[in-house]
Every structure is written in structure tokens, then in C-alpha cells.
Design a binder for this molecule. Structure first.
Ligand code: FES
Length: 161
């Protein structure tokens, strides 16, 4: 299955995500494993966007999600080197985060929820990081970039290229 088939808007995946989010207790490993296995049923592997969704739903670090996937031989996780998340919450959006998102998307050559063809980076949005006063916020892997402006986009993108 090629990356292009991994559509985060796939209706069965959207229904699964909604179902799991409603039932997932914070840090519930059982619900998490169910989600990962069902995701693999849909896509043939666990796409990066599903790994990020899982980490957000249960508030686990991405490293834990990856370790969990490794623990189950039946699971195969799509891999990516860097994850870039741009805040599109109201406060950051009010400061122009959609323009920053667009500039990052253009610089990396990928849209939201897409992985670069070399598998190096994945771009995602987030509703709020809880650091609204310091927005616009852009998270690269585990490093938060605060007060991001369009002028800073090139430097941020260089970190993942
Ligand atoms: S709206 Fe961006 S951190 Fe809260």
C-alpha cells in the first residue's frame, strides 16, 4: 500500500477515532491497543497520523506509541523522522498561525497530515498547546517554538530537512 492511500479522512478511520476517543480513559492501554489494531485493519499498517491521534487521545508520548507498536508483532507502524505541529487554536490563529502553517507547508512541500516522499517529516495541526500567551506556537518533535513569525519559518524547516 502506498502512502497516498493512507487517507486520514477515510470514513472507517474517522468512525474508529471518534468511537475510541469517546471510550478511551486517559492512558488506557487496552483502548489504545484496540485503536492501533483496528487502524491496521483499515490501512494495512498504522499510519503516522493515527499514531499522533493515539498519542493525543491518551496523552502518551509518541515514543510510548512507537514502543507499543513494536511490542505487538502483528502491528506495523509507518515511520517518519520528524513531526511538525502548528497550532491553529483561536489565539494562535488570531496571530496569523494559518499563514505560518501555509508557509511551512510550502517550504516542506507537503500538506497537513502528509508525509514527505522521503519519509522524513510529517505536518499536522493542533487546536491548542496550552501556551496561548506565547503563540504562535509550532512544535517540532519535542521542541516547542514560541512566538513564531513568518520570518522564522525557514529556520524551523531547516531543522527537519
Ligand atoms: S491557541 Fe495556540 S497555544 Fe493555545
Amino acid at each position: 500500500m502506498s502512502r497516498i492511500d493512507l487517507n486520514p479522512q477515510e470514513p472507517r478511520y474517522l468512525a474508529l477515532r471518534e468511537y475510541t476517543a469517546l471510550r478511551m480513559d486517559r492512558q488506557s492501554q487496552e483502548a489504545l491497543v484496540y485503536f492501533l489494531k483496528q487502524t491496521q485493519e483499515i490501512f494495512g499498517l498504522v499510519p503516522v497520523f493515527a499514531q499522533v491521534d493515539a498519542s493525543e487521545m491518551c496523552d502518551f508520548d509518541m515514543k510510548i506509541i512507537k514502543a507499543l507498536i513494536m511490542r505487538f508483532p502483528s502491528l506495523q507502524g509507518e515511520s517518519v523522522t520528524h513531526i511538525v505541529k502548528v497550532c491553529v487554536g483561536d489565539r494562535c490563529k488570531g496571530r496569523g498561525s494559518l499563514k505560518v502553517l501555509s508557509a511551512i507547508s510550502e517550504s516542506l512541500g507537503i500538506g497537513v497530515n502528509q508525509i514527505s516522499t522521503d519519509g522524513k517529516y510529517f505536518l499536522k495541526t493542533q487546536k491548542c498547546f496550552g501556551h496561548c500567551r506565547e503563540g504562535i506556537n509550532v512544535l517540532v518533535d519535542s521542541q516547542m517554538n514560541h512566538q513564531v513569525t513568518l520570518a522564522m519559518v525557514d529556520d524551523i524547516c531547516k531543522k527537519v530537512k
